[in-house]
Design a protein around this ligand. Structure first.
Ligand SMILES: Nc1ncnc2c1ncn2[C@@H]1O[C@H](COP(=O)(O)OP(=O)(O)OP(=O)(O)O)[C@@H](O)[C@H]1O
Length: 678
């Protein structure tokens, strides 16, 4: 007994030498079972190849020792040996499982970094949202689970078969009688068959699981992207695009990897645990009682550490997103960066954020290390506790370092996966305050294009304390041009944004043909009624043809060319070697300011809008470009209701009404043409 206890003490103190614990194992087959578990592909995913190599040589020496021992062994009934193996296994494996569960629960409920709370409530991981994505892949997932389950069962079977094989070898070496080849052929072929099936099952479930993971991730990406596009403009005022893109890429990637790993490792854990629980029930109700006593403590500790780890993980992921945001901004505006020779400063900014994220990930690593250390201690303490309580039942340690590592890595994966998933789900569930569709439409032939701003007050959602418009009232009569001039920051562009319904007024109403625009279909309003041309036209990195067609996706080539002609753009477009197929570069970088603006005008005109909003449309152009663009605009504005926001007198020369704005309200209205003002 003392010998046995000292042997077990070795287990707790030096888990990396588990095979030495088999000093009391009496059946060579048991040795093989253990060694097989130690090196089984599933359970050893995270142990190094060195460990594997060491294990193989140890297994060989143990085999020889087992063979030697088998000649002089004492006769103990096989059931006792089985108890020796399974008893502690049940405790350790079940502890793993429950720690795992505790970990997940803790992650969901108890993980709110103070810094983030101030801005945003921490998103919860929502199982029902995950279910929505998994549901279409259910059949494939079930097939993967069945195959993985089969592989897991074979993982348990193979060591037993190896045991049989070793028995044959041992018997032959001991007795040296009979036909060795004949005797060994049966179990060897059986084992070979099992290896083959196990390999097939493993490949099969990995293929299927990877298919499920990829499809779930693709669906998530599409849904998240659609959800982001639906959000209000105010949402984009508050969130950096780099961080949003990070959710589409890094977070979903992280979630996908975790999803696949958790399913494959989780299955193995469950299979082993169920098997061990059954054995435990058969072997020792006492150990079952002890397990029930010890597990709540482990669950509590796991919950505590889990919440701490998830907090660290979330902070680290936020920081990585921040660093990506800095890089995205700098690369997206690389010309400005270069024009100001700010490469060094941008690099410093990026380095600062990356260093911070590095530090946070190191903290996370430390947290995980502490968790691993504590788990190790806890699991070994269970073994020790069992020695005191159950004593003679223990002679083998089923908790191999490989198993422990894979469990710990799986736990850590759960932490990361859940926090990435929660970040993805956060925006999936987000509903825009201004719905894109729904609401009424005014038939084209009866639409006059009259716009009324009535007592409109407005503050931007990101700056609720700062009132930009105060009881602002203005009428745009049908087919007339109204210009708004005034001091910078006076709220002119804000008026245009409210007409586009990028935001809704805090109070008051904006009306189209006497109807509150909040009751109208937003998609119709933006795609068919209002054409918007601003100071810095943004083009997409596709062809001229595609950029103009962006205004009306179903437009024919002839319509595109017609719109380009109206906007004075046809001449320069046909001057390009590739004509309308010329690719304009990212954001239209290969075109001049005037050319870009005329393509933007074509894009607005192709939808034949009843209302045209020109927000300083020519202010970025030189005199010659301005003249050409102005010509195009004069032609484009005919017969439409037009709102011009301008600084330059030339822009508003033909306006029917000129309003001067200051501090968010109209302070003066002139119904004269500009020549008369001058
Ligand atoms: N997205 C936004 N979020 C928060 N505040 C904003 C936003 N856009 C503009 N503002 C603020 O609203 C006020 C009015 O801005 P607006 O762009 O309407 O002025 P403007 O008269 O068009 O100025 P300018 O002639 O210089 O373009 C300014 O104080 C500006 O800082």
């Amino acid at each position: 007994m003392l010998q046995l206890l000292s042997c077990r003490a070795n287990i707790a103190a030096a888990p990396l030498r588990p095979l030495s614990l088999h000093c009391r194992c009496n059946k060579s087959a048991d040795l093989w079972k253990f060694s097989r578990w130690y090196t089984s592909p599933g359970s050893n995913a995270n142990s190094s190849s060195q460990q594997r190599g060491g294990a193989v040589s140890r297994i060989w020496s143990l085999t020889q020792r087992a063979v030697r021992q088998s000649t002089t062994r004492t006769s103990k009934p096989p059931g006792v040996a089985l108890k020796f193996i399974l008893g502690p296994a049940v405790l350790t494996v079940s502890a793993r499982l429950f720690c795992h569960v505790a970990h997940c629960e803790a992650d969901v409920n108890n993980n709110t970094p103070v810094e983030v709370v101030a801005k945003n409530p921490v998103p919860d991981f929502k199982w029902h949202v995950l279910w929505e994505f998994v549901k279409p892949q259910l059949f494939t997932l079930v097939c993967a689970v069945v195959l993985a389950f089969g592989a897991a069962i074979l993982n348990i079977q193979i060591p037993l078969m190896l045991g049989d094989l070793v028995n044959v070898v041992a018997r032959y070496l001991r007795e040296n009688t009979g036909n060795y080849v004949h005797e060994i052929r049966g179990p060897a072929l059986k084992l070979l068959g099992l290896y083959g099936i196990q390999g097939l099952l493993t490949s099969g479930y990995i293929v299927l699981l990877s298919r499920v993971g990829e499809r779930v991730a693709a669906d998530m990406r599409k849904t998240l992207f659609a959800s982001l596009l639906r959000q209000d403009v105010a949402f984009f005022d508050a969130n950096k695009t780099g961080q949003l893109v990070n959710r589409l890429t890094a977070d979903i990637q992280e979630f996908k990897s975790s999803f696949k790993l958790v399913i494959s490792q989780g299955l193995r854990s469950i299979t082993q645990t169920v098997g061990c629980f059954v054995s435990l029930y058969v072997i020792s109700p006492k150990l079952t009682g002890l397990t029930v006593l010890v597990l709540p403590c482990l669950v509590g500790a796991g919950a505590l550490i889990g919440s701490f780890l998830r907090r660290l993980s979330r902070l680290a992921q936020e920081q990585v997103a921040k660093a990506t945001g800095v890089a995205d901004e700098a690369l997206g505006n690389v010309r400005t960066v270069k024009a100001f020779a700010m490469e060094e400063r941008e690099l410093q900014l990026y380095a600062y954020e990356v260093d911070k994220s590095c530090e946070m990930n190191e903290n996370l690593g430390t947290g995980i290390a502490i968790f691993q250390g504590l788990s190790n201690i806890a699991l070994n303490c269970i073994v020790l506790g069992t020695i005191f309580a159950g004593g003679t039942l223990i002679s083998s340690n089923e908790m191999s370092p490989g198993d422990l590592m894979s469990f710990l890595v799986a736990s850590q994966t759960v932490v990361r996966g859940m926090s990435s998933g929660a970040r993805v789900f956060e925006y999936l569930a987000l509903q825009p305050t201004i719905p894109l569709s729904g609401g009424g439409r005014i038939p084209y032939h009866s639409l006059t294009g009259r716009v009324d701003f009535m007592n409109v007050s407005f503050s931007y959602p990101t700056r609720p304390g700062h009132q930009v418009l105060q009881r602002f009232s203005l009428t745009l009569p049908p087919s007339k041009t109204v210009a708004i001039v005034g001091e910078s920051g006076g709220g002119k562009s804000t008026v245009a944004s409210l007409l586009e319904r990028f935001y809704d007024p805090t109070s008051g109403v904006v009306m189209l043909d006497g109807l509150d625009i909040r009751t109208l279909d937003l998609c119709w309003l933006r795609s068919q009624v209002i054409g918007f041309i601003n100071q810095e036209p943004v083009l997409f990195g596709s062809s001229v043809m595609e950029n103009i067609r962006f205004g009306k996706p179903e437009a024919t080539d002839a319509e595109v060319i017609n719109a380009a002609k109206q906007a004075n753009a046809h001449g320069f477009i046909t001057g390009f070697p590739d004509g309308y197929n010329t690719v304009v570069g990212e954001r239209g970088v290969t075109l001049s300011g005037g050319q870009k603006q005329r393509i933007a005008i074509s894009r607005a005109l192709i939808k034949n809008p009843s209302i045209l909003v020109l927000d300083e449309a020519t202010s970025a152009l030189d005199a010659e470009s301005e003249r050409v663009v102005q010509e195009a605009l004069d032609r484009a504005t005919r017969g439409r209701t037009v709102l011009i926001i301008a600084h330059r007198l030339s822009t508003i020369q033909r306006a029917d009404l000129i309003c001067v704005m200051s501090n968010g309200r109209i302070v003066e209205v002139r119904r004269l043409s500009i020549q008369n003002i001058l």
